[in-house]
Design a protein around this ligand. Structure first.
Ligand code: CP
Length: 327
């Protein structure tokens, strides 16, 4: 049983049932077919999406903005420095005012300890749906695209597939926890067996690991945490080797960067990929740190599906917007 999804916020997949998430994937595939066949889908004609970016983006901004255009609506790019947020306007006033004008508010705010709280506060006051474009805790739209890609590559059969989520060493900045956390939360709900590999300093938020365990048990899947990099690859069907910060160990940036440098060998290469099943696919949400997170040979090689994955951001987000904005 699914419900009318118009007006629903999308801040984490945890707030949506498997059936409701399934409606996004069905509609995304329909929209993808329509685009390939050149059929217009003006299902959000004259509707407006506000996109507030506290952090930079290539894929998220362009896939949302292109998506709302393809649906006949309009996307407005906003950032705190061009809004009165820069002068201290609060989440309530921003939410109330934008609700009087348009049809949805999408927000990216990844500051650790702040982003999710801001999204929740806007959602608490908004009369239109709030969509997460990534926060410090979740990146739900990325994981929708990841699952659609897996569905396509494995022809609809995902139960029992092994997904390795592996931490990688990328030195230039401390990345959020949101991608691995969203992966371990949602993928077991669709029957995937997840192995999370990370050094001890890079464990995820304890409450998220706990929720992932509960989701796994409810779905009859498996969830393993290891501090051995190779375990994420062994007999895997899918790997997502991806860097994140040691934020459960330290929020000090210099200390975080030092800890990242402690494990330079945590890099996805052909030798590690050879540990997986013959059809193992390499995924990464991008941007990837080439040479540090992954070798060019792997990311540009035949097992890599990173551009299909990035493309699917467009299709899942068009489906999501259609459902929550009432197209
Ligand atoms: N994967 C992802 O969210 O990419 P951007 O940071 O470029 O939006």
């Amino acid at each position: 049983m699914t419900h009318d999804l118009k007006g629903r916020h999308f801040i984490t997949t945890q707030d949506w049932s498997v059936e409701e998430l399934g409606r996004i994937f069905d509609l995304a595939l329909e929209l993808k077919r329509a685009k390939a066949e050149g059929r217009p889908t003006p299902w959000l004609a004259a509707k407006t999406l506000y996109m507030i970016f506290f952090d930079s983006s290539t894929r998220t901004r362009n896939s949302f903005e292109t998506g709302i255009t393809q649906l006949g609506g309009h996307g407005i790019f906003l950032s705190p420095d061009t809004m009165q947020i820069s002068h201290g306007e609060n989440a309530r006033d921003t939410a109330k005012v934008l609700s009087r004008y348009g049809d949805a508010i999408a927000i990216r705010h990844c500051a650790f300890g702040e982003g999710n709280a801001y999204l929740r506060e806007v959602a608490g006051h908004a009369e239109i749906p709030v969509i997460s474009m990534q926060c410090d805790v979740y990146h739900p739209c990325q994981i929708l695209a990841d699952y659609l890609t897996i569905l396509e590559k494995f022809e609809g059969r995902t139960r029992g597939l092994k997904l390795g989520v592996a931490w990688t060493s990328a030195p230039n900045y401390v990345r959020p926890l949101s991608v691995p956390q969203s992966l371990i939360l949602m993928m077991p709900r669709f029957g995937l067996d997840v192995t999370l590999a990370c050094p001890p300093e890079f464990r995820l938020m304890p409450e998220i690991e706990e929720q992932a365990r509960a989701n796994t048990e409810a779905a009859g899947a498996s969830f393993t945490i290891t501090d051995r990099f190779e375990e994420a690859f062994e007999d895997a069907d899918i790997v997502v080797p991806k860097s994140w910060g040691p934020l459960m160990t330290t929020t000090d940036v210099q200390e975080g960067l030092r800890l990242i440098e402690k494990y330079p060998d945590w890099r996805c290469d052909a030798e590690r990929m050879a540990l997986g099943r013959e059809h193992l696919i390499y995924m990464h949400p991008l941007p990837a740190d080439r040479g540090r997170e992954v070798t060019d040979e792997v990311i540009d090689g035949p097992q890599s599906v990173v551009y299909d994955e990035a493309e699917n951001r467009l299709h899942v987000q068009k489906a999501l917007m259609t459902l929550v904005m009432g197209g």
